[in-house]
Design a protein around this ligand. Structure first.
Ligand SMILES: Nc1ncnc2c1ncn2[C@@H]1O[C@H](COP(=O)(O)OP(=O)(O)OP(=O)(O)O)[C@@H](O)[C@H]1O
Ligand SMILES: [Mg+2]
Length: 525
């Protein structure tokens, strides 16, 4: 598409005249310069059939880089670098350690789109009286100039420029380094850095391929995500903000966080890890949400622990907790302090999820994770807010096969039959399965990993059986105790002639004292 050749000789001659004009204009009195320039341009345009469009790097608001400029830069980087003669090495990509080459300043290339030839040049001017700037990037003024024949004006302005911008944005999306953001406490929102979110490069290796999960469930989630990411028009049609909520729940180590990473990699989205305990109030929360970019996942992990979001029920628990205030556990103390410092409420969070979305772009996925879905307020997780509830559960045989492939590079082994049977009889999280499978040395063969797992599954099975037996024994003892008490009351009523009520009241007082003693002395059965 691109060729390094210059436009026609006629164009170059006119270009030369423009340069001569630039040299001579200093001899013209300043008050006449504007007039002379206007008339000269008119004269030139009679003979010069080309139109120019300039795309400055910083247009309007100085510190905001023009989106058009970035898109053109990407487009030219991808399409023109191979043909340009003078190149600039921009940066080094972190993961691949390769150079990013682009056209150097004052370089020109031509592009042909649907048979129409245009010329792009990259330019730079440095203001003579540039003041010392706090932001070094604003000193050099860079811009791209697009030159084309005036008979193509309509085609270029309506089709070609649109094509460049769309292509450029798509290239940026494809090449961008995704980021993992975390919110800063509001005292860091001001001053030199003044950012609400800090970020690092997001390079989590989890994918749906490596995620251990029941295959149909996995496919369903992938289809759902795909439908969402391609659903811009659908969401517009039904008049709904382009966002989707997922609730991931399940015991620790079942892959909730891993699933979020896999989702981000699948969709090529950024991830915002929103730490609610660092958010002072609802207003701050809104500000943070507004600053998230589109094509992103906003995750709130362990939502049940984050804040007092569950209203009444949590309040009652908190009263119970008060006894623990004397705890010596510094982590618990700190968590409590943090919770006290944050005033984000359930309604504030709901407002943020529902209200603000339509106003701030789209294509955002919000994900809550929890270990205790039953503790959450139904308002928080109702459908429409959290559109999809995904249970991350204990490892099944199908999920194990994925882990065996990940960790041992095997798709089958005779021991699989034993393992399959054990998975039907006992529960183990994928995290524990993975830990058992992981080779302890380079020389360890897959069978050792599988045998380790079998041992661990057997041990887990025994433990489960023991716990079950203990639980049953405890329940039986409680029942017997209860029956004994009731029989005792009956006998006392019979012997003492007191009323049933009087005897029971006396029993409660004694029972209360006994319970207190048990609490003080520890649980002794
Ligand atoms: N379903 C899974 N597929 C693949 N690996 C998994 C899966 N579940 C857990 N793992 C492994 O176990 C580790 C812990 O999993 P992860 O952090 O995703 O669990 P979690 O459900 O988020 O736990 P928590 O509730 O404690 O946050 C991961 O690093 C991963 O290696
Ligand atoms: Mg987690």
């Amino acid at each position: 598409m691109f060729s390094g050749e210059m436009f026609t000789g006629f164009g170059s001659a006119i270009g030369g005249l423009v340069v001569i004009w630039a040299m001579f204009q200093q001899y013209i009195p300043p008050q006449l310069r504007d007039h002379v320039e206007r008339y000269t341009r008119k004269l030139v345009s009679l003979f010069y059939p080309y139109i120019e469009i300039v795309f400055p790097e910083f247009a309007g608001e100085k510190l905001k880089r023009s989106e058009a400029y970035s898109a053109i830069q990407n487009y030219l980087k991808e399409n023109a670098t191979a043909r340009a003669k003078r190149l600039k090495a921009d940066a080094i990509k972190d993961s691949t350690q390769s150079l990013i080459l682009s056209m150097d300043d004052h370089e020109e290339v031509t592009d042909v789109f649907k048979g129409v030839k245009v010329r792009w040049s990259s330019n730079k001017t440095t203001p003579k009286n540039a003041s010392i700037s706090f932001y070094p990037m604003t000193e050099d003024r860079r811009f791209y100039r697009l030159t084309f024949h005036r008979r193509h004006r309509k085609f270029i302005t309506e089709s070609y420029v649109k094509h460049i911008l769309t292509e450029g944005k798509a290239i940026a999306m494809k090449n961008r380094q995704r980021k993992l953001y975390t919110n800063n406490p509001s005292q860091n929102w001001f001053g030199y850095k003044r950012t609400k979110w800090s970020h690092v490069v997001f390079e989590h290796p989890a994918t749906f391929e490596t995620l251990a999960m029941e295959p149909n469930k996995k496919r369903e989630i992938m289809n759902d995500l795909k439908k969402f990411s391609e659903g811009k028009e659908y969401y517009t049609k039904i008049g709904k903000a382009w966002k989707r909520g997922y609730l991931l729940y399940g015991p620790p180590g079942t892959g909730k966080s891993t699933m979020i990473a896999a989702m981000a990699n699948f969709l090529n989205y950024d991830v915002y890890d929103l730490e609610l305990t660092a958010v002072k109030d609802n207003t701050e929360l809104k500000k943070l949400i507004i600053e998230t970019s589109s094509k992103s996942i906003i995750m709130i992990e362990d939502i049940d622990c984050s804040l007092d979001l569950t209203g009444q029920r949590k309040k009652m628990e908190k009263d119970d907790d008060d006894d623990d205030d004397e705890t010596d556990n510094p982590v618990k103390k700190m968590e409590k302090e943090e919770k006290k410092g944050s005033k984000v409420t359930l309604s504030g969070l709901l407002n943020c999820i529902d209200g603000i979305w339509s106003a701030c772009g789209g294509e955002r996925i919000v994900i809550f994770t929890t270990n205790h879905v039953d503790k959450l307020d139904p308002a928080l997780i109702r459908r429409g807010r959290m559109d999809k509830h995904i249970e991350m559960s204990y490892c099944c045989f199908e999920a194990f096969k994925v882990l065996a492939r990940n960790y041992l590079d095997i798709d089958y082994h005779p021991l699989f039959t034993t393992i399959s049977g054990l998975f039907e009889e006992t529960k183990m999280t994928p995290a524990d399965v993975a830990e058992n499978l992981m080779p302890k040395s380079d020389s360890e063969d897959p069978e050792t990993g599988l045998r380790n797992l079998i041992e661990a599954l057997k041990a887990a099975k025994e433990l489960e059986a023991r716990n079950k037996a203990e639980e049953e024994a405890r329940a039986k003892a409680e029942k017997e105790e209860q029956e004994k008490k009731e029989n005792g009351v009956k006998e006392e009523v019979k012997e003492s002639g007191k009323s049933d009520k009087e005897v029971k009241a006396n029993g409660v007082i004694n029972g209360g004292v006994a319970a207190k003693e048990v609490k003080q002395n520890g649980f002794a059965v």
